[in-house]
Design a protein around this ligand. Structure first.
Ligand code: FE
Length: 131
C-alpha cells in the first residue's frame, strides 16, 4: 500500500501550474497534439506531475495517433486506480494516480497486444525523467 498524499485544493493550486491543476484536480483534458510528451521517444520513466509517483515506462509507450501520450501498461500494478466515468454521455474508465488521486486520463481496451490496453494520458499530468 502506497502512502497517500492529501492536500487541500488551495495547496494544490499553489503547487501546480493552472493547466496542471485543471487537468489533475478538475479532471480536464488537454487538446490533442498539444502536450509536450506526445512525440517523446526518449528512454526513461513518467512520474505523476503532482506527486512524483512512478506511473509509466518509455518501453510501454506507443504511437496511438490520438494526439495524447499512450501506454500499453503501467510500470507497476499499484501505481494507478481506475474509476468508472460517466461524464459527457460516455462510459469510460478514468485513470487516477494511486498516491495523490490526481486525474491522469482514461484507459481503453483497443490497445496493441499483448495487453490490449491503451492508457490515454495527458502530458500535463506527467513528468518525464530521463534514464
Ligand atoms: Fe500523483
Amino acid at each position: 500500500m502506497k502512502e497517500k498524499i492529501k492536500l487541500t485544493e488551495e495547496e494544490w493550486k499553489k503547487k501546480l501550474t493552472p493547466e496542471e491543476y485543471h487537468i489533475l484536480r478538475e479532471k480536464g483534458t488537454e487538446r490533442p497534439f498539444s502536450g509536450k510528451y506526445v512525440d517523446n521517444k526518449k528512454k526513461g520513466k513518467y512520474v505523476c506531475a503532482a506527486c512524483g509517483n512512478e506511473l509509466f515506462d518509455s518501453d510501454d509507450k506507443f504511437d496511438s495517433g490520438t494526439g495524447w501520450p499512450s501506454f500499453t501498461k503501467t510500470s507497476d500494478k499499484g501505481s494507478v486506480e481506475e474509476n468508472e466515468d460517466l461524464a459527457y454521455g460516455m462510459v469510460r474508465t478514468e485513470v487516477l494516480c494511486s498516491k495523490c488521486g490526481g486525474h491522469l486520463g482514461h484507459v481503453f481496451d483497443d490497445g496493441p497486444k499483448p495487453t490490449g490496453k491503451r492508457y490515454c494520458m495527458n502530458s500535463a499530468s506527467l513528468k518525464f525523467e530521463d534514464k
